[in-house]
Design a protein around this ligand. Structure first.
Ligand SMILES: Nc1ncnc2c1ncn2[C@@H]1O[C@H](COP(=O)(O)OP(=O)(O)OP(=O)(O)O)[C@@H](O)[C@H]1O
Length: 505
């Protein structure tokens, strides 16, 4: 019988995963500590491992390395509540099978485990040509991306997968979606991270200047060329060159870049010497290159050279679940930058408007909106009044329609409310004894998991009420991480009323 091992210090997660995986007709082992988990890997040889990335005493990444030491072919799926990208990238780089964010989507989890088991089966067949043991990657640290939407997790995974490959990557996406950030992450997590990284914006320079910026020029090669200039392709030898807005290059420059990509050789403008260079190229564009190829304004051969691996960044309006996280991230940064420590957060009404806004300028616009709000704020909380008109005008109409359709407001809305759709039994005033009696009478066969969930829901709701929705204080009182508090708020659909507090520092 196939066997899965779940390692998580959170017993309710262990329970939930166990129940879900049993549907796959596999044996499920569970461990609530790293040591216990490693022992089970040694002794029971599972076929797949689900591992919490945030373990007490030993980090999930460390546990992962040890598991791989025991069995290199064992697929490991990380489970995490962490919103940051770094662990996702690091995990994928280390060779994790995949990555799942909490709250867990059980259908997805089962699907992934089934696929991992199949991979395990395929990997157990001896390979025809063996590769050399890979050296342990250096602990590269990169800029952290904010985002936990499934589309962004896919982006992080792609970065992890291709950063170490010496291939050209084409990053596509609307302006302000973070293409340069992806390029930097690819560089920071690559083997070239100790070598130079340079960026050239192809749209910012007229053609002749761009050519000399990229390839350099010899003294006297054109009017004004008073001395020899070394271009970026030469300066960047051994490093990574980021060609931004690559769709804006003239046909002449396109031809030269193509030759360089094919031969890694070029001549300076006005020069005869052929210079060799070793540059990894990362390109970005917000243009529709396929249409440009069809229209004859972009070389097809260059497009195919650039398009070896593509990372597509989604516009912010397609991942609005990331908006609160991004707001929190930038609010924390801007507050510090502008020295406005009195800023506490964003009111619910302002938050609704910000979430409804379509963000045509994507994250760059969001960053600028946060800055404008903080500059305009005259109190500790960002209320709709402090939002730039563009945001408010665009959403005011939608909000007015929504409000007209809403039931009459409650006089004093509680700071923390339980989602109205939940059964009455789950309200914060729950009597656990009555609940257990009722479930016993109802003939339950799953009382442990049910009771733990009800108990947890009560606990989190009550403590959040007591702290006025402050997640940091809540985590202190409960003696657990803020990540876990956030995870439970999402898992139990606990609605924080009044305002969102800054929680990022
Ligand atoms: N996921 C993210 N988390 C945090 N900051 C982000 C994220 N995405 C983008 N940013 C920030 O938003 C700004 C715009 O990002 P970036 O310059 O990478 O966009 P771009 O797609 O390259 O834009 P353009 O096409 O206009 O050059 C930068 O300040 C960047 O740091």
């Amino acid at each position: 019988m196939l066997r899965a091992l779940v390692i998580d210090d959170d017993r309710s997660v262990l329970h939930m995963v166990q129940r879900s995986l049993e549907k796959l007709q596999i044996e499920v082992l569970s461990a609530s500590s790293a040591d216990e988990g490693l022992k089970l890997v040694e002794e029971r040889r599972p076929d797949v491992v689900l591992l919490d990335i945030l373990m007490p005493r030993m980090s999930g990444l460390e546990v992962f390395s040890r598991i791989h030491h025991i069995d290199r072919r064992l697929p490991v799926i990380f489970i995490t509540a962490e919103a940051g990208s770094e662990s996702a990238i690091e995990a994928m780089q280390l060779g994790a099978y995949d990555y799942l964010a909490k709250p867990l989507d059980l259908a997805k989890l089962n699907n992934l485990v089934a696929k991992a088991l199949e991979t395990r089966r395929l990997m157990s067949v001896p390979v025809a040509v063996a590769v050399r043991e890979e050296e342990k990657p250096s602990s590269a640290t990169g800029d952290l991306f904010v985002g936990r939407s499934p589309v962004m997790l896919e982006v992080f995974k792609s970065i992890g997968r291709v950063s170490k490959q010496n291939v050209t990557v084409l990053i596509r996406g609307e302006s302000g979606t973070g293409k340069e950030l992806v390029a930097r992450a690819l560089y920071q997590f690559s083997d070239r991270s100790t070598r130079p990284f340079m960026a050239v914006n192809c749209a910012a320079l007229p053609d002749t200047l761009l050519e000399s910026e990229l390839f350099g020029h010899e003294k006297g090669s054109f009017t004004g060329a008073e001395r020899r200039r070394i271009g970026k392709f030469e300066q960047c030898n051994g490093g990574t060159l980021f060609l931004d807005e690559v769709g804006d290059m003239s046909p002449l420059t396109q031809g030269k870049v193509l030759r360089l990509m094919q031969e890694q050789r070029f001549e300076r403008v006005g020069g005869n010497d052929t210079i060799s260079t070793d540059v990894r190229m990362i390109a970005a564009t917000n243009r529709h290159l396929e249409e440009m190829v069809e229209g004859g304004t972009f070389r097809g051969d260059l497009f195919y050279r650039l398009n070896v691996v593509t990372i597509q960044l989604p516009p912010l309006r397609e991942r609005s679940e990331d908006v609160p996280l991004l707001l929190q991230y930038f609010l924390t940064r801007v507050r510090k930058e502008l020295n406005k420590p009195e800023i506490e957060g964003i009111s619910l009404e302002a938050m609704e408007a910000l979430q409804a806004y379509p963000w045509p300028g994507n994250i760059r616009e969001l960053q600028s909106v946060v800055r404008q709000c903080v500059l305009k704020a005259t109190g500790p909380v960002i209320v709709p009044d402090f939002l730039p008109r563009t945001v408010f005008d665009s959403t005011a109409h939608d909000l007015a329609v929504a409000q007209r359709n809403m039931p009459a407001p409650i006089e004093h809305p509680p700071v923390v409310t339980v989602n109205k759709e939940l059964p009455k039994d789950d309200s914060p005033s729950l009597n656990i004894q009555d609940y257990v009696e009722a479930r016993l009478a109802g003939g339950t066969t799953n009382l442990y998991a049910e009771a733990v969930e009800v108990m947890e829901r009560y606990l989190f709701t009550r403590v959040l009420q007591a702290t006025g929705g402050n997640q940091t204080k809540t985590s202190e009182i409960l003696g657990i991480t803020r990540g876990k508090v956030r995870d439970r708020i999402a898992a139990f659909n606990i609605t924080l009323g009044k305002k969102v507090t800054i929680d990022g520092e």
